[in-house]
Design a protein around this ligand. Structure first.
Ligand code: SF4
Ligand code: SF4
Length: 153
């Protein structure tokens, strides 16, 4: 009983201070950290079909199909398998992939979240994300300033 009263007192103290950090989602969208890794956005206009993202992806989220002349034919994205490791963004030489801040999508199974590049253009929560205006790469955010020179060797 005393424990319950202590908990209530703590809750009331923070509520009255205006220190609450919860939001009434989905009416109010929570702020996400600059380092947050949400769904990645792919740009066909930028892509040079080097397949490095497909190679580096640890779980086949990205599956690229080439024609017999080695031209890019299909870019399949299995969103439900993504673990948001960001390796695809890091490896892409032309910034054709940017992880965005978007986390608002659902599916009953991971198979509901598998799209080819034509389907991606019509997915409501995907198609309006502008790859150029999606969150800029913030690689510096991953490296603390530290004290003095940083030795990466
Ligand atoms: S973030 Fe990681 S798991 Fe997701 S598509 Fe990119 S490489 Fe694959
Ligand atoms: S790494 Fe970038 S340029 Fe290469 S295939 Fe993937 S998205 Fe396209």
């Amino acid at each position: 009983m005393i424990g319950v009263l202590k908990s209530l007192a703590t809750t009331m103290k923070h509520a009255l201070n205006g220190d609450t950090i919860t939001v009434e989602y989905p009416e109010e969208a929570p702020e996400v950290s600059p380092r947050f890794r949400g769904i990645h956005k792919w740009s066909q206009e930028r892509c040079i079909w080097c397949r490095q993202c497909e190679t580096v992806c640890p779980n086949d989220t990205i599956q690229i199909v080439m024609d017999e002349d080695r031209n890019g034919e299909q870019y399949n994205l299995h969103v439900g398998q993504c673990i948001y490791c960001r390796l695809c963004e890091e490896v892409c030489p032309v910034e054709a992939i940017l992880l965005t801040e978007n986390f608002e999508f659902t599916g009953d199974t991971k198979h509901d979240l598998a799209y080819n590049k034509e389907q991606l253009k019509n997915v409501p929560w995907y198609k309006d994300m502008d790859p150029v205006n999606a969150r800029e790469s913030d690689r510096e955010a991953w490296v603390d300033e530290g004290e003095g020179e940083v030795d990466y060797q």
